[in-house]
Design a protein around this ligand. Structure first.
Ligand code: ADP
Ligand code: MG
Length: 695
């Protein structure tokens, strides 16, 4: 934006406050540069190439139509509310237009005899054909129609299509159109040239297939999707390479602690656990930071693998930290791991937000002076007040529950350790399986290890879907299970709009169940309880003193009570499938045959029925995730929305899987052979957005 010369009063007057405003508004849409404007592609197209007669429009069932007629009547009516009512007529009949919000000047536009071209949905009102708030313009007879489809852009408050069209056209006149893809790759992949594709999408020629444009199957769209995916892959791979350039302390010693732990293991590791442990150990020996995701279905035994990795860090003279998303889960880890490692002489610190001031200060001191070798807690372990003496390994359980900001804080924590500008090795764990395409696109900077085998002796969980109005029978089953010495979880409905209501429901459920089952102990655990209260209930449940544990979704992650063999989930239709799978995974941990009862509120819609059907048919987390992805789309997985997702505007991960793979291969090749192309392509497609992808 050129600043006007200082001394000229004329220039002062014409100083561009309006232009600035438009720029600000465009900037709010993320449109700051010419190239961003040029890549702001239409979300759909409108067909203004034809005019329909008013009579024929009446048969077009509410779809968008364009008609043209002459104003025969215009007045402001006050019933049922103030509105401008205009009647136009063509050779086939009249059409009434209603405008509820209007300016006085509009009555002038609609002077009798003026010709109006109108677009809208025609419906049959009390007075015949009518349109409410159509778009319109005053035209002269025979005014030419556009020959091509009219693009409609994603817009925002105060940014009209006209403003966007103008800004985009101006930007198109200014940008450098050179193709960032060398012709040899373009040809090999059968892709359109960049300029032709972009121009076509902004101004489709009359003969362009309207359907291919709107369903994004047109080759011009394919080019855009490919470019976008390529930029994403390049950026992710570059982040990976820059990680490799960073230093990390090699944690190479498998010493006395590792050996002692292996000897004292309470069970034999499964083959899958052995394999992932070897992968993790080898990463930790490197002088650049590990960034590995350990995936394994609920109950597959990730905790022991994490503890073994921590032992290697400690043997190498470094601290390890384990962070869990909830206090309950962190506490479980603490107890279990302390049971394994404390007898071997490891000093473990416990740190959560709920600690008393004095205990917190003490924990922080032991972390800072290095006497704490292993630190377990919630995200409190990464608050500013916490300084590590020699942090070597960060383990994050249920990593998808943490936001990008928290993951970033955690990554940077290693930097302030005495060990110099080293980044700690990172191990992330998740029971939510990521489908392959997602892993490839969002997590190109992650190595992935999968535990694909459950420990022996588990019995499969039988799942049944039951109508909520048969609750009494379900209560009976809970009773019967308790008489056999088994325990049950009873999960209350998810009430997303109100936490208060959710707590109330949980409390009422506990009271109702306690009344219905007077000979049993019915406990309650929810997210708002004090940590100590929560722990007391969990302990009583673990010891078998509580028979039925009523819970909100706080038990979703990680809780491990092998004697529990019955899981009841109310209003299962309100939960995500991965969430149901996680909840269900709380049972089936011992040798007893386990049952999961999904109560639903009838009538169920088609999709809900399909989703609950999947739960009944499959106990395989990967299969469930795959099918859930088909039904729901990818947005919900692993907080994907927060990272790479923001960048994919045109490509669809499921439908365009083929392109994803091509883009990944080409990215690899370009990074090795063609830095100039890499630079040019990233500058065009990502500009300033690249930082997004690095967490
Ligand atoms: P998750 O992967 O869901 O975090 P956990 O680590 O909590 O699973 O393990 C689930 C249960 O299985 C725990 O009680 C754990 O001690 C037990 N376990 C883990 N590995 C084995 C194994 N190899 N053999 C027998 N039991 C195991
Ligand atoms: Mg776990």
């Amino acid at each position: 934006m050129p600043t006007p010369p200082k001394k000229s009063p004329a220039a002062k007057k014409t100083a561009p406050p309006r232009a600035n405003k438009v720029e600000d508004k465009l900037a709010r849409l993320g449109l700051r540069t010419d190239i961003e404007l040029v890549l702001h592609l239409p979300m759909r197209y409108e067909d203004e190439t034809q005019i329909t007669t008013i009579a024929a429009a009446g048969f077009m069932g509410g779809s968008m139509v364009q008609v043209e007629g002459v104003v025969t009547h215009c007045d402001v009516q006050f019933r049922p509310r103030r509105q401008l009512v205009v009647t136009i007529t063509d050779e086939t009949g009249p059409l009434v237009m209603r405008f509820l919000n209007f300016y006085g000047s509009q009555t002038k536009q609609f002077a009798e005899g003026n010709r109006v071209r109108v677009r809208g949905e025609l419906r049959h009102g009390f007075f015949g054909a009518e349109m409410v708030h159509p778009t319109y313009k005053i035209v002269v007879e025979g005014a030419p129609l556009p020959r091509a489809l009219t693009p409609v852009y994603p817009a925002g408050e105060g940014v009209s299509q006209t403003i966007l069209r103008k800004a985009i056209a101006e930007a198109m006149a200014r940008i450098d159109w050179s193709d960032t893809l060398p012709a040899v790759h373009r040809d090999a992949l059968g892709l359109e040239p960049f300029e032709a594709a972009v121009r076509l999408l902004h101004n489709p020629a009359p003969e362009v297939d309207e359907y291919a444009l709107s369903d994004h199957s047109h080759p011009a769209w394919t080019r855009m999707k490919f470019d976008e995916l390529l930029a994403q892959q390049l950026s992710l791979k570059r982040a990976q390479m820059s990680r490799r350039e960073k230093g990390a302390a090699p944690l190479a010693t498998e010493g006395a602690l590792c050996a002692g732990f292996m000897r004292a293991l309470p069970f034999k590791l499964t083959g899958a656990q052995e394999r992932v442990l070897a992968e993790i150990r080898s990463d930790m020996r490197a002088a650049f930071p590990m960034q590995r995701l350990l995936q394994g279905d609920v109950g597959s035994g990730k905790t022991i693998v994490a503890a073994l990795a921590a032992a290697q860090a400690i043997d190498s003279g470094y601290q390890a930290v384990l962070m869990a998303p909830t206090e309950i889960l962190a506490e479980q880890h603490f107890r279990k791991i302390a049971q394994w490692l404390a007898p071997l002489g490891v000093t473990i610190a416990w740190l959560t937000g709920g600690l008393k001031k004095k205990d917190k200060t003490q924990a922080q001191a032991s972390i800072a002076d290095g006497s704490a070798q292993l630190i377990i807690g919630t995200h409190a372990v990464f608050q500013d007040a916490v300084h590590f003496a020699r942090l070597g390994l960060v383990i994050v359980d249920e990593q998808h529950r943490f936001g990008v900001g928290q993951r970033l804080a955690l990554r940077n924590k290693g930097m302030d350790a005495d060990s110099g500008p080293n980044v700690p090795h990172q191990l992330m764990m998740s029971a939510t399986p990521i489908p392959r395409t997602l892993a490839m696109t969002y997590y190109a900077d992650l190595e992935v290890s999968a535990i694909d085998e459950l420990p022996p002796g588990r019995t499969p969980i039988m799942t049944r879907n039951i109508d909520q109005n048969r609750r009494d029978e379900v209560v009976e089953r809970v009773h019967a299970a308790a008489l056999e010495g088994r325990q049950a979880y009873w999960v209350c409905p998810l009430i997303e709009e109100s936490e208060a209501l959710q707590l109330q429901t949980a409390t009422e459920t506990q009271i109702a169940l306690a009344e219905a089952l007077p000979d049993l102990q019915v406990g309650l655990v929810h997210g708002r309880m004090k940590p100590a209260e929560k722990q007391a209930v969990m302990d009583a449940f673990s010891r078998g003193e509580v028979h039925v544990l009523v819970a909100t979704t706080v038990i979703e992650v990680g809780v491990d009570v092998p004697n529990a063999s019955l899981m009841v989930i109310e209003h299962a239709e309100r939960f995500g499938l991965s969430q149901l799978h996680q909840l269900r995974g709380r049972v089936g941990r011992g040798s007893a045959a386990s049952v999961c009862l999904l109560l639903y509120q009838s009538p169920l819609g088609q999709i809900a029925r399909e989703r609950l059907g999947i739960m009944r048919e499959s106990t395989d987390g990967f299969e469930i995730a795959r099918r859930d992805l088909q039904i729901r789309g990818p947005g919900e997985f692993l907080g994907a929305r927060q990272s790479g997702q923001a960048m994919l505007r045109f490509a669809d991960l499921e439908a365009d899987q083929f392109l994803v793979e091509r883009a990944r291969d080409l990215a690899q090749q370009l990074l090795q052979t063609d830095p100039v192309t890499v630079q040019a392509h990233l500058a065009r497609w990502l500009g300033a957005k690249e930082e997004f992808l690095k967490v």
